[in-house]
Design a binder for this molecule. Sequence first.
Ligand SMILES: C[S@@+](CC[C@H](N)C(=O)[O-])C[C@H]1O[C@@H](n2cnc3c(N)ncnc32)[C@H](O)[C@@H]1O
Length: 357
Amino acid sequence: MQPIDEEKLGLFLKQTSGMVAASFNCAITVLGDRLGLYRALAEIGPCDSQSLADYLNLHERWVREWLHQQTCIGQLEYSAELELFSISAEAHAVLADAENPAYLMGGFDSALAVFPAVSKLEEAFRTGIGMSYDDHGPSCACGIERMGAFTKKHRLVTEMIPEIPGMHQRLTDGASVADVGCGGGLATIALGQAYPRSTFVGYDTSEEALARARANLAEAGVTNVRLCNPLTEPLPRTATFDLITTFDVIHDTPYPQDLIEQIFAALRGDGYWLCEDIKGFESFADNLAQHPVAALLYGFSVTVCMNSGLSTADGAGLGTLGFTEQLAREMTARSGFKDFQLLNIENPMNNYYLLNK
Ligand SMILES: C[S@@+](CC[C@H](N)C(=O)[O-])C[C@H]1O[C@@H](n2cnc3c(N)ncnc32)[C@H](O)[C@@H]1O
């Protein structure tokens, strides 16, 4: 070890204490969401702790400390002159408005959901074997669903389907579609509502995800969607679907090459596979130097994505940033896909690939 540089030590300590504060903030932000505190602040405007507590029928002392923490961490604003707390339009978009593309509350949900997994993860570093999605319980599936909800609700039908030649017309006339790794089923709901003559199957190996999908489908009143677990009802081995979609599934699954082969077999000759997967660089050095949210994605990887990809002894464990465009091209070509197109769909987190046989 080199001797300690006191100035660097001070800077490192400051940075690290900010991260400890951010870890506490994860739980406290989820509380703000669950208790409706952010939404209430937006509704009533600048207020003191008593008014906010009264509005939500909460205890003032708890609300006051929550406001102090939220202001110190930078998520809320405080006027010392007026002694009032408020939420900015930007903070509201990120923390409270599920209809805004910047909404990130699902990220806090997902991060909090993995805290109880620490002991199992410690063991995984020794055995090499990680956790399935269901080993996390219901909250992880819920966080992931919320993180990707905007794209499915507001961009899939209007921006993505038009990128697939002839697909809007085929779906309008009545086509057969599978969403593999459907999670909470939001993609099948959006498509099922837009294209009532088509039929949809949502496949997921996670019972927690399927339970959420069942509830979401019932709430949406969508009747042209069927859900199933491919562990008991695998994808058909014959060319069946006009369209198969996967949203952030391939990098997660323990056997990605097998899954790509199954998708190839289940797709009709004139069908398309729309594959959303994480945008990243081909090397760690480039991710470190250039990826704007590499730390967030590697955090997800250790706790959720690589963890799930290694949930079996021979799992591939690609990791969140592991299914790069280059690897996607190689693996899909190996399974027989002839055409591979990177679609021009703007998304800071994901790439969209369109494949056909
Ligand atoms: C990151 S989540 C994405 C869920 C959903 N597509 C979304 O965007 O919200 C990945 C999902 O893929 C599922 N999954 C992983 N491997 C699978 C497989 N071989 N077949 C079906 N589902 C799979 C997981 O259970 C999990 O629900």
